[in-house]
Ligand binder design. Structure first.
Ligand SMILES: Cc1cc2nc3c(=O)[nH]c(=O)nc-3n(C[C@H](O)[C@H](O)[C@H](O)COP(=O)(O)OP(=O)(O)OC[C@H]3O[C@@H](n4cnc5c(N)ncnc54)[C@H](O)[C@@H]3O)c2cc1C
Length: 403
């Protein structure tokens, strides 16, 4: 087994796979390690991704990655009012519903075909540190631990990330900013196979929402995210989801069940350290409003590998040498969307059902062609002055500045 690389990538999700592929294509010797025995399973995801966003990486995506194409999103208010949005207006998760078992595996295959070494059922169990810098990791496979050194380590180990914490970085997520999720893959549903549905309201999903993401032929991911501090005592995400399904899809069949957490917090204060770059969910760059992180993971994974390539060429893998990564994603389209959506999320989770009704009603009066976040804010404030008062001038100004 080779024990020295330019780049070690921890985690075989979308962030890690794209990071490994980008690094190896730039000529760096690269190892990707994944603790699970198989890439892409179990799928803890509703699998939605924006078309244009996926096309940034794959202009012509392989049809077998795509379970369904989505041409509209329905948002359903607590009083049942329907707001229909085009994919461009519905956020980064609407456009395609992927088959991530295939997609994630294919991304790692691509990295492997490009020349990266890949080890599954291999867990990074501790960083190797020298003078405060990360110089690789201890890798455990089938009970055997091997030291692997690397000029740069990319921590892409997902929402439950531990690697960065072991390197001394504070990765704590406040309890109120962890959404607990549960999702069934369901069949036998009477749904529009090309429309996603989002149900909001404190009775249906306190501090979160229920989603229905079609996968073709009457199948869909039907899931829920709820805020732990808003649910009734003893009630878990799965209770709310089962209640919703019993009412909405009494004839639906549950084929798979997954549970998982999503962070809806701000990104880490700093996503680099000496010898270390942190990407994807591990950097807390999933969208705080929707919880979506496939695109954000791929974006940060690619950027991390590009900055790693330059830093190794310049022989400077210090925190300062890697800082362009942190600076660049924060000013990117993705970074700005996170900043804006964090403010919107804070407003969203504090709304009563009457306020949510009012917001959905006002939004549905905006002409689709003119629909954007700024228009939405203007319309909301005009028709719901009480909301502007509730959130306060500063929050509204911060949001308008962030748009
Ligand atoms: C219920 C649910 C629904 C979601 N729906 C959507 C959606 O519709 N659209 C969307 O864009 N996003 C969605 N997300 C979020 C999305 O799944 C993540 O943002 C995305 O997978 C992040 O990619 P990643 O590569 O950063 O992390 P992950 O995909 O989590 O990959 C991290 C990998 O690292 C591995 N790993 C962890 N620790 C170690 C270690 N020590 N050593 C080796 N390997 C390790 C893990 O096993 C994992 O495979 C959803 C999330 C949940 C929970």
């Amino acid at each position: 087994m080779k024990t020295s690389y330019d780049v070690l990538v921890v985690g075989g999700g979308p962030s890690g796979a794209i990071a490994a592929k980008t690094a190896v294509e730039a000529g760096l010797s690269t190892l990707l390690v994944e603790k699970r025995p198989a890439i892409g399973a179990p799928v803890r995801c509703a699998e939605g991704v924006g078309k244009e966003l996926l096309h940034q990486f794959f202009p012509d995506p392989d049809p077998k990655w795509i379970a369904a194409e989505i041409d509209k999103a329905h948002i359903i208010s607590p009083d049942g009012h329907l707001l229909t949005l085009s994919p461009q207006h519905a956020g980064a998760e609407v456009g395609y519903c992927l088959d991530r078992k295939i997609f994630d595996r294919e991304l790692v295959w691509q990295a492997s075909n490009a020349g990266a070494d890949v080890m599954v059922k291999t867990r990074a169990c501790a960083p190797i540190m020298k003078d405060g810098a990360v110089c690789g990791a201890k890798l455990e496979q089938n009970g055997t631990v091997t030291n692997v050194s690397a000029r740069i380590t990319i921590a892409a180990d997902g929402v439950e990330s531990k690697f960065s914490r072991w390197c001394g970085i504070d990765t704590t997520v406040p309890l109120r900013e962890i959404e607990t999720g549960a999702q069934y893959l369901m069949t036998n549903l009477n749904i529009d196979n090309h429309a996603t549905e989002f149900y909001v309201g404190n009775k249906v999903a306190p501090g979160g929402y229920v989603w229905v993401f079609p996968k073709g032929n009457g199948a869909a991911n039907v899931g829920i995210g709820v805020a732990g501090d808003k649910t009734s005592p003893g009630a878990h995400a799965i209770h709310y989801l089962n209640k919703f399904i019993n009412q909405k899809f009494p004839d639906g069949k549950k084929i798979e069940l997954v549970a998982g957490g999503v962070s809806i917090c701000q990104p880490l204060d700093c996503t680099v350290a000496d010898g270390l770059l942190i990407a994807g969910d591990a950097a807390r760059v999933s969208d705080p409003l929707t919880g979506g992180g496939i695109y954000n993971g791929m974006y940060t994974g690619k950027l991390a590998a590009e900055v790693a390539t330059k830093a190794i060429a310049a022989d400077d893998v210090s925190k300062a040498g890697l800082m362009p990564y942190d600076e660049q994603w924060r000013v990117s389209y993705m970074g700005k969307a996170i900043a804006r959506n964090y403010i919107i999320k804070e407003m969203f989770i504090s709304m009563t059902d009457d306020e949510l009704d009012s917001v959905v009603h006002s939004a549905s009066e905006i002409v689709m062609e003119e629909f954007n976040t700024l228009q939405l804010m203007k319309s909301l404030i005009k028709s719901n002055p009480a909301l502007a008062l509730k959130f306060g001038k500063t929050a509204v100004k911060n949001l308008i500045d962030a748009i």
